[in-house]
Design a protein around this ligand. Structure first.
Ligand code: GLO
Ligand code: MG
Length: 383
């Protein structure tokens, strides 16, 4: 079994590359997939290779990224003769051999059409029951692979038509299901879990989602969950909060101050657009906000895992080099994080103290870009 060198840089204690990001086939609403489906063990190989290359230390998965789900066999993971059990054991062996640990296990309640009206808040009691069983199976899979967290992404729990929403119940259904996660972990002594996270998102795949922002998620945890200390938030920055024009520094400082920033999903985004899921630092905007976000996390003494949640640009998918383009994507994500952390480091110190806002912002850019203040002043005044 490989022992990975720990990654410690600024606020970041480990870099995680999830299965679903490497596996992404790059379909979008206007075009077919560019890449082929890879079996989960093949995806795992790419992830393990990246660990051996010193690019990542952790990974994460949805249940469905590893093994298919059959609603008629809700406990196939426990059956040692099942195909699911075999695949999970194979993946467990590969991850162990590579020295990779698992950040979070999350239950896909968004892909299967059964959940088209929602997962935890589906108006049909039978479908909510199915979602509960699927979540419990995911918790067991996460236990088998040693996941540190369980994540609930709000996904299809939302609406398009307001007058059809069972408003009196939805928040309670969500709370009951998440309290159920805590109870299941306790009852089955799944001691691998140190917490659960909620990942908020304003819209997409639903027109509106029930926990649209990090503020909603914290309010929900503290106001409605029985074991609020167990639960935190993993915001997706820049993407999810930027979709509604919110600012990443405002989000992380709020979450750190409430003790709820458990880990970070990281990628790039054009403000106000649909979920771009651009790779970290890639795309026409977001550099300043990303760098300042890492600077602030360091200032606030936060330490934690950064998980890349994005996919390569669709135009970069190479049908002739299915593995190679995926390898490149992983490498680029980790390179971008290194760049962001290095640039954030340049902002350290109290140089802004005696400056007014505009001066501080411009000097901050000079510092970030490694430009000399004197050279810029000379050029400006044409001396
Ligand atoms: C989509 C979300 C999604 C979650 C994942 C983990 O917009 O970012 O990818 O992060 O399902 O729960
Ligand atoms: Mg995410």
């Amino acid at each position: 079994m490989a022992k990975l060198k720990p990654f410690k840089s600024g606020p970041v204690t480990a870099r995680s590359m999830p299965f679903w990001c490497v596996a992404n086939e790059l379909g979008d609403p206007f075009g077919k997939t560019v890449l082929e489906h890879l079996p989960s063990t093949e995806v795992c190989k790419i992830i393990c290779e990246a660990a051996a290359d010193g690019l990542i230390e952790m990974t994460s998965f949805h249940d469905g990224d590893l093994v298919p789900w059959d609603p008629k066999k809700p406990e196939d993971d426990l059956d040692k003769k099942s195909e699911a059990y075999g695949t999970l054991q194979e993946i467990k062996g590969m991850l162990k051999e590579a020295g990779l640990t698992v950040n979070t296990a999350t239950c896909s309640l968004h892909t299967n059409p059964l959940f088209r009206r929602g997962g935890l808040t589906n108006p049909d009691r039978k479908i909510r029951e199915l979602a509960r069983k699927k979540v419990e199976r995911t918790l067991r899979i996460g236990n088998m692979l040693g996941a540190k967290y369980f994540t609930y992404w709000v996904a299809r729990d939302g609406f398009e038509v307001s007058v059809k929403v069972p408003w009196k119940n939805v928040h309670q259904w969500m709370a009951d299901a998440l309290d159920g996660v805590f109870d299941y972990i306790q009852a089955n002594k799944l001691t691998n879990y140190k917490g659960g996270t909620i990942e908020p998102k304003p819209n997409e795949p639903r027109g509106h989602m029930f926990l649209p922002t990090s503020g909603h998620a914290v309010g929900f945890i503290c106001g409605k969950l029985k074991n609020a200390d167990f639960w935190g938030v993993n915001p997706e920055l820049l993407q999810h909060e930027s979709m509604t024009l919110l600012n990443a520094l405002n989000t992380v400082s709020f979450l750190v101050s409430t003790g709820k920033l458990f880990f970070l999903h990281f990628g790039c985004q054009i403000k106000g657009q649909f979920d771009n899921d651009f790779p970290p630092l890639v795309g026409p905007e977001g550099l300043k906000e990303t760098v300042q976000m890492f600077w602030l996390l360091d200032e606030l003494r936060w330490k934690g895992v950064v998980e890349y949640d994005s996919h390569m640009l669709r135009c970069e998918g190479d049908p002739d080099d299915q593995i190679g383009c995926r390898r490149k994507f992983v490498r680029n994500a980790s390179t971008a994080l290194t760049v962001a952390l290095e640039l954030a480091d340049r902002l350290k110190g109290d140089w802004a103290k005696d400056l007014d806002e505009s001066e501080a912002d411009i000097l901050g850019i000079m510092k970030m870009c490694g430009l000399s203040e004197k050279a810029m002043a000379d050029k400006t005044r044409k001396k």
